[in-house]
Design a protein around this ligand. Sequence first.
Ligand SMILES: C[S@@+](CC[C@H](N)C(=O)[O-])C[C@H]1O[C@@H](n2cnc3c(N)ncnc32)[C@H](O)[C@@H]1O
Length: 248
Amino acid sequence: MDFRSARKAVLQLLETTAPADVPALLHWMRTTRDFDEFTQDNNDIILKSIATDLRDCLPIEAMLCSEHLALQKIRQQPEPTVHIDAFLYDEDFIDTLCEEGKMSRNYCTVCGSHQTAPLGFISHSFSLMELKFIYHHVLPDLSGKVLVDVGSRLGTVLYGGYLYSSAVQLCGVELSGEFCQLQEMIIKKYQFGDRIKVLHADICTQSSLLQTADIIVMNNVFEYFLPESQQARQGFLCVALVVLELTL
Ligand SMILES: C[S@@+](CC[C@H](N)C(=O)[O-])C[C@H]1O[C@@H](n2cnc3c(N)ncnc32)[C@H](O)[C@@H]1O
């Protein structure tokens, strides 16, 4: 269907909608994110290509053997839970893996029976759709601003910021050396080095960097990766630095 016919079909649909429901339908059309998948631009394609590169370097669960605490926390969830990285695997990809028997959305509640229940999924990264939403709708114009991502892991917040914002500098701080190497690989391959920097460091040692930041992103940084006592200390430090900066 070409543009003219599609527009006619949409208008006909509105005409046949119950008049009382038209305002709700129009509101939904103006605000929904259901159309996001039809507005894929070149930046989305670059991010999808990055996800393919990263998938090739990581096991399917996208976690490192060295992440003892995070692995233990997942095992301690009240319901069986798996880590599926939302940046690497979107819903359609998960469906394909399930069809191929490489992944499952369910677990058997009684061994040997046909009773199953949905597995819990958690992700240590934002998905492509979430990144787009954050940069297009949540954050203000970042022209000339410095963004720091605390715990940058695969670097998704940084690549999203490079492609979807005008931030002058995007800096990731990551505790894991292996994840820093993966980020460096992507930065080099996609030539993001003019605006993205990655530091292999504990955020607690980066007070001066945090003070230069205009935006600090913290996506569930500590819960899975640090013991509770340290979570409180580090969270407090970050908040204290932000408050300090705001009051200066
Ligand atoms: C949930 S992931 C966030 C990933 C990424 N920011 C995103 O939103 O897609 C949290 C990351 O924080 C890192 N991390 C935890 N504590 C940290 C600390 N004190 N300093 C730097 N990184 C830390 C972990 O290694 C992990 O890779």
